[in-house]
Design a protein around this ligand. Sequence first.
Ligand SMILES: [Zn+2]
Ligand SMILES: [Zn+2]
Length: 167
Amino acid sequence: MPRSHSTHHHPPHADDAEPFTLEGLTESLRSKGLRMTGNRRAILQVLLQAEEPLGLEQIQSEAVRYARGGETPDFATVFRMMALLEELKLARKVNLGRASSFFELADSRHHRDHLVCTDCGTVTPLEESCPVETLERQIARKHGYTQVTHSLEFFGRCGDCSTGSPS
Ligand SMILES: [Zn+2]
Ligand SMILES: [Zn+2]
């Protein structure tokens, strides 16, 4: 099967052998000596399906869909899991200009920048190719960094929130 043409960037030195799949993430956790519990699996499935950065409450409520045997993660479990994934560089926080934290998997091949409505909080992943991809590579080269990533959010008021109110 021919590989689909992709414009997603690969960091020059990233080890992409272990993709961001349920199997790959499970393997990453196991290699750190962490047990794959039903709750952890459910949280990973939520993150893998996510189209936009998710808050802890959202992750918790969506994890119910993947839970098996009546076991669903409580808030503290989600909190600890996300802290763990962040520490392992498997997930990252996305700044949406709000007090609470939002997370996405740190998968550079599915990198998306975001447009955020400051009124209703709607997050739109941008379909456009990343505007700072070239800059990111230049910065990495100039400073001798590898595995450089970024998070880029544009803020404004969405069409619904702008309608009927003076801006
Ligand atoms: Zn809005
Ligand atoms: Zn970007």
